[in-house]
Design a binder for this molecule. Structure first.
Ligand SMILES: Cc1cc2nc3c(=O)[nH]c(=O)nc-3n(C[C@H](O)[C@H](O)[C@H](O)COP(=O)(O)OP(=O)(O)OC[C@H]3O[C@@H](n4cnc5c(N)ncnc54)[C@H](O)[C@@H]3O)c2cc1C
Length: 322
């Protein structure tokens, strides 16, 4: 099949790689350079945030965990398995049943007292994939092109503007733009401000989802650390707020005191493509050719990207079957 994939962030590139490997003739269409996508700036840690529905997210998340774990083992650029600590302020949170995400992660154990920062009574330790997107996204893109896909740089204002490329099927993986492109008014922004700092020797990812100052997370990468962050539903502002930068730093130092020595490199804002439920489905009404949607990944596009891509590839495969 001739497949046009609109979008070259995590979602579009996962779909494209799977489709090209299935033998389809793939054309990527995207408006922005890789480093201007939401995917590029993501903290990109495996963790289901602001995304639904839970059962599908669990399945997509489990597949993606496995793909990324295999890529980490194969030294794919940017992918590592990261020791992690989830902090809690009350004991109930760490008693069984464990939170839903723990099912996909496998080994989750209570943190020892000596593993906890000052003031925290409880925590869970586990290992999850962490993806350094400035390394991984170009790698994926290069793989897709090397496998035979081509790339058309084009900004479309409606999905039918790709019909001149004569597709048999269109995959809509356009992230935040998907709502406008297909007239879906249930897509909304979930603004995220994060701070990139130098890494003063932090090796553990740490999170406190219930810090009184707001959500706090620290994700060490090879050269820097990503500190977060905000989750502002419905907020379209893409300028970083200096007061928020200071607040993020303060609460991240609470959970990883070593960061007091870190140098601030930059603050960045991205708009997570929010939707009550991720939309991965076949749509035969929108265009004269079938469309397979893959958008609305909220704060979990890296966590579920491969799982969603596998469903997209199956749907395209069914269309191709005689
Ligand atoms: C601060 C922050 C932290 C995050 N941390 C994590 C995390 O730790 N873990 C996690 O799993 N997720 C995280 N996310 C969420 C994740 O980044 C998104 O879910 C994911 O990037 C969505 O990927 P996408 O490919 O669907 O969209 P995008 O990456 O936005 O890609 C959209 C693509 O569509 C193209 N496009 C858009 N409009 C048009 C148009 N009109 N015409 C043609 N092409 C167009 C763009 O050029 C781009 O190629 C975070 C997000 C933010 C903002």
């Amino acid at each position: 099949m001739r497949v046009v994939v609109v979008g070259a962030g995590m979602s579009g590139l996962c779909c494209a790689r799977l489709l090209v490997r299935q033998g389809h003739e793939v054309t990527l269409v995207s408006a922005d350079a890789l480093d201007l996508t939401t995917s590029y700036l993501a903290a990109a840690v495996w963790f289901p945030t602001a995304v639904g529905p839970p059962e599908k997210v669990a399945r997509w998340g489990a597949s993606t965990y496995d793909v990324l774990a295999a890529e980490a083992a194969a030294d794919v650029p940017g992918v590592v398995m990261r020791e992690s600590l989830m902090l809690y302020r009350d004991r109930e949170s760490v008693l069984p049943p464990l939170p839903g995400w723990a099912g996909e992660v496998g080994d989750v154990r209570p943190a020892r007292p000596d593993e906890l920062p000052p003031g925290y009574p409880y925590g869970l330790r586990f290992v999850v994939p962490l993806v350094e997107m400035p390394l991984y996204l170009p790698h994926l893109y290069a793989e897709v092109l090397a496998a035979g896909a081509r790339h058309v740089v084009r900004r479309v204002s409606r999905l039918d503007e790709v019909l001149d490329l004569a597709p048999d099927v269109v995959v809509n993986a356009s992230g935040m733009a998907a709502g406008a492109l297909v007239g879906d008014d249930t897509v909304f922004p979930v603004r995220g401000q994060i701070v990139r700092v130098s890494n003063p020797g932090v090796h553990l990812s740490v999170r406190d989802e219930h810090h009184p100052g707001g959500r706090a997370y620290v994700h060490p990468r090879s050269e820097d650390c990503i500190l977060g962050g905000t989750l502002d539903v419905g907020d379209w502002h893409t300028e970083p707020d200096p007061a928020e930068t200071a607040a993020i730093l303060e609460r991240c130092i609470d959970i990883a005191p070593r960061l007091a020595d870190a140098e601030v490199l930059e603050s960045v804002v991205g708009l997570r493509p929010g939707r009550r439920e991720v939309r991965v489905e076949l749509d035969e009404d929108l265009l004269p050719v079938p469309v397979v949607h893959d958008y609305g990944h909220g704060g979990a596009g890296i966590t579920i990207g491969w799982g969603c891509g596998e469903d997209v590839a199956s749907l395209v495969g069914e269309l191709a079957a005689p």
